[in-house]
Write a protein that binds this ligand. Sequence first.
Ligand SMILES: C[S@@+](CC[C@H](N)C(=O)[O-])C[C@H]1O[C@@H](n2cnc3c(N)ncnc32)[C@H](O)[C@@H]1O
Length: 208
Amino acid sequence: MQKLEKTPLIVDFVGGAVGHRFRAGEGRRQDLPKAAGFASGVTPQIVDATAGLGRDAFFLASLGARVTLVERSEVMHDLLAEGLERARAEGGRYAETVARMTLIHGESRILLPQLNPQVVLIDPMHPPRDKTALVKKEMRLIREIVGTDADSVELMEVALEAAQNRVVLKWPLRGEPMPGVRKPSYQILGKSTRYDVFVKAKIPETAA
Ligand SMILES: C[S@@+](CC[C@H](N)C(=O)[O-])C[C@H]1O[C@@H](n2cnc3c(N)ncnc32)[C@H](O)[C@@H]1O
């Protein structure tokens, strides 16, 4: 396995695009929070079953959600833990956001049933669409560490069973539906990404 000190990848919630998005206060009307079930009076509890660089989880936690992040790659998990620690040390709203996040090193297919989540978010690595396509450098570095998530159909099946309220699959806009997985209740289409939303039950209103 690749050693942590050999990858130039860094998880940075304070500088760069994530920090900018955070300071700009982008809100609940974005595609991801809408897909995750944020609504007036409703702030879902979320398990991000494919934590990766933690960007989606950090965004959702910045909007008030409690987010449990599960990451199975030790290298990615350790990078993420360091990024969270730096954001915590920044204090203020960064620290408040991190306080709503719980990071677990483990396999979501095993952990999801015991986490009893309201909402599960799944954003697997997918195979490159075209070998000659220019893949973003960051994506290439992550792929060097974690490969492609060939077991994501199985993860979806476990998530659909374990989630109380809904499962959200983040997938390329024109990606094929996952074989054998039931049709989503609805889709939210973005520029290059789509969210397939599988509704099981209404998310209860959040106690004030
Ligand atoms: C595309 S990245 C997720 C990016 C993330 N949404 C973000 O905002 O940074 C996918 C990550 O999920 C992890 N992963 C995939 N399947 C998993 C599983 N069954 N359990 C735990 N982690 C998993 C991979 O190791 C990889 O780090």
